[in-house]
Design a protein around this ligand. Structure first.
Ligand code: 4AD
Ligand code: MG
Length: 463
C-alpha cells in the first residue's frame, strides 16, 4: 500500500508542499463544522498527528471515517496551514477498518491505571506511543554504545539449569504433565526421578540473569554484553518489579571494580544523551505530562559526577538521618527501597554507587574483599527508583569461589562449567546488570514498571 509516513511528511514538509500525498493511520479525533470536517490522523511513526481537512461541499465521505480509532487511507493535497503548520486537503478517503463506538479510547484523557487494563489497546495513545518510541531508541543506544566500544553481543540461553543469583526465584520449565506419575502408577519417589523423566532429563528453569554464561563467553571474547529477557518469580508486588523484565549485562575481562564503575557511569550517561538527542518530542512530552522536572534532571545527570560511598558509610548516613524508616537500619541488613531513595534523592540528590556490601547479603560470585566481611560489589542507585544497576568484580580465585558456594550450600557439580573458567586461565573480570525497564522509568519519569512493558507480567497477572 503506497503511502508516506506522517513522520517523513512532517520532517521533510517543505519538499511535499502542494503535492498530492497518501497517508494511512488511525483517527485520533474528528470534528465537524457546517461546511468543513477535520480529522486528526496518527500512524505511529511520530507523536504528531496530521490534520485532514474535508470540504463537505466538494466531497462526500463515509461517515465511519469520523469514528475515533477507525483506520483510514487518505489522499489529498499537502498544504501549509496558518494554525497547524501543515494539513492535507482531502480528495479521497477510504475506511480500511471501522471502529465502533464502544472503542474504549474515546477523546478524553485516561488514567494509566485504566489503560493498564487494556494493554492491547493502550499503545494507541500518545503516552504509550511516546513510551515505546523511547524504549526503541534506548535499545538502539545500548547496542550502539557497546558496539562502538568493542564489545561482542552474545545470545545466552533463556532456558538454563543454574540459578545465577541463588535466590530461588527461578520459574520452572517443564513438559511433565501436572499429574505425572512413574510407570508403576505411584507418584515419583523423589525430585531427582521426577526431573529425570522431564524434557531435559534434569531440572530446568528460565534464566534470572545471563551473567554466568556471559562470564564464560567473556573468557574467550574479552568483552561481551547480553541484552535479553530475564525472569524472576519474585512475589514483590511493587512498582519496580516485573516477573519478566529486560536486562543489559556486560562482562569485561581484565577489569576491576573501579574500571567497571567507570564503564557503568559512562554507559548510563551515553544512553541518556542518545535518547535525549533522538527523541526530543517524546522527552518533552514526558516533561510536560509526567514529570515536570524531567529534562532538568536528565541534564543534571549528564553534567555531574555520580556519587560514591561505601555500604558502611551508607548505613551511618541512614542511621544519622533522623528518619523513621519502616525497616530499621543496621550493618548487615539489605538496603530497602526507602533507604536507597533517601540516599540518592535526599542525601546526595544524584545517582550514587554504593560499594563494598556485606558478603552475606550478596551473591556467591562476587570478589571477596581482604576484610573478610565485604565483597567488591556495587549497586547504582538513582533518584525516583532506587537500584538500577547491580554490579561486581567477580571472584577469580577458584578456592575462594568454591568456599563461598559451599557456604551457601550450592551443588558444585551443577556449576562445573562455570568453575572451569577459574580453573583454566582465570582473569580478573567484572560486570553489571542494568534493569532496562527501570532505566526507561528513569528516562521518562514513568513511576510504574507496568507502564514500560508492552504486556507486563507481574505476580498474579498474565493479561
Ligand atoms: O541486581 P541484580 O539481581 O543483578 C544480577 O542479576 C547480576 N547477575 C547482574 C550482573 O552483574 N550481570 O539485577 C540487576 C538489575 C537490578 O539492578 C534491577 O535494575 C533489575 O536488574 N531488576 C529488576 N527489574 C525489574 N523487575 C525485577 N524483578 C528486577 N530484578 C532486578
Ligand atoms: Mg541487585
Amino acid at each position: 500500500m503506497k503511502h508516506i509516513d506522517i513522520k517523513k511528511l512532517l520532517t521533510d514538509a517543505e519538499s511535499y508542499v502542494d503535492t498530492s500525498v497518501t497517508v494511512c493511520g488511525w483517527v485520533r479525533t474528528a470534528r465537524n463544522s457546517k461546511s468543513v470536517s477535520f480529522i486528526e490522523l496518527n500512524d505511529g511513526t511520530c507523536l504528531n498527528n496530521i490534520q485532514l481537512v474535508i470540504d463537505k461541499n466538494e466531497l462526500e465521505v463515509n461517515k465511519n471515517a469520523f469514528n475515533v480509532g477507525a483506520a483510514l487511507k487518505a489522499v489529498g493535497s499537502f498544504v501549509r496551514s496558518e494554525r497547524n503548520g501543515f494539513e492535507i486537503q482531502i480528495q479521497a478517503i477510504e475506511v480500511l477498518g471501522n471502529c465502533p463506538s464502544d472503542f474504549p479510547l474515546q477523546k478524553k484523557r485516561h488514567t494509566v491505571e485504566f489503560l493498564r487494563t487494556i494493554p492491547h489497546l493502550r499503545v494507541r495513545t500518545r503516552y504509550f506511543e511516546a513510551l515505546f518510541a523511547v524504549r526503541d531508541q534506548l535499545s538502539y543506544a545500548v547496542h550502539d554504545y557497546f558496539h562502538k566500544n568493542g564489545y561482542k553481543y552474545v545470545h545466552t540461553p533463556i532456558i538454563t539449569g543454574s540459578d545465577c543469583e541463588g535466590a530461588g526465584e527461578m520459574f520452572r520449565v517443564t513438559t511433565q504433565p501436572w499429574d505425572a506419575k512413574a510407570e508403576n502408577g505411584s507418584a515419583y519417589p523423589n525430585e531427582e526421578s521426577y526431573f529425570k523423566d522431564d524434557f531435559f532429563g534434569t531440572k530446568a528453569g528460565l534464566t534470572v540473569s545471563a551473567q554466568l554464561e556471559g562470564e564464560m563467553a567473556a573468557m574467550g571474547l574479552g568483552r561481551i554484553y547480553t541484552f535479553g529477557p530475564t525472569f524472576r518469580a519474585e512475589h514483590s508486588n511493587t512498582t519496580r518489579h516485573a516477573a519478566e523484565f529486560w536486562q543489559v549485562e556486560p562482562e569485561v575481562c581484565f577489569a576491576d571494580i573501579d574500571d567497571i564503575i567507570e564503564i557503568g557511569e559512562d554507559f548510563i550517561k551515553s544512553i541518556i544523551r542518545d535518547v535525549m538527542e533522538h527523541c526530543p518530542d517524546e522527552i518533552q512530552f514526558f516533561n510536560q505530562w509526567v514529570d515536570k522536572g524531567l529534562t532538568e534532571k536528565l541534564n543534571l545527570v549528564l553534567e555531574s559526577d555520580f556519587g560514591r560511598m561505601t555500604y558502611t558509610e551508607a548505613v551511618e548516613i541512614l542511621q544519622k538521618s533522623g528518619k523513621e524508616f519502616q525497616y530499621p537500619v543496621e550493618w548487615g541488613c539489605d538496603l530497602q527501597t526507602e533507604h536507597e531513595k533517601y540516599l540518592t534523592e535526599e542525601y546526595l540528590k544524584k545517582p550514587v554507587f554504593v560499594v563494598d556490601y556485606p558478603a552475606d547479603i550478596k551473591a556467591f560470585y562476587m570478589k571477596q574483599n581482604p576484610d573478610g566481611k565485604t565483597v567488591a560489589a556495587t549497586d547504582l542507585l538513582v533518584p525516583g527508583i532506587g537500584e538500577i544497576i547491580g554490579c561486581s568484580e567477580r571472584e577469580a580465585d577458584m578456592e575462594k569461589l568454591v568456599a563461598a558456594m559451599e557456604k551457601r550450600g550450592m551443588p558444585l557439580e551443577e556449576y562445573q562449567a562455570y568453575l572451569d573458567t577459574r580453573k583454566y586461565g582465570s582473569v580478573p573480570h567484572s560486570g553489571f546488570g542494568l534493569g532496562f525497564d527501570r532505566m526507561l522509568m528513569y528516562l521518562t519519569g514513568v513511576s510504574n514498571i507496568r507502564d514500560t512493558l508492552l504486556f507486563p507480567r507481574t505476580v498474579g497477572n498474565l493479561s
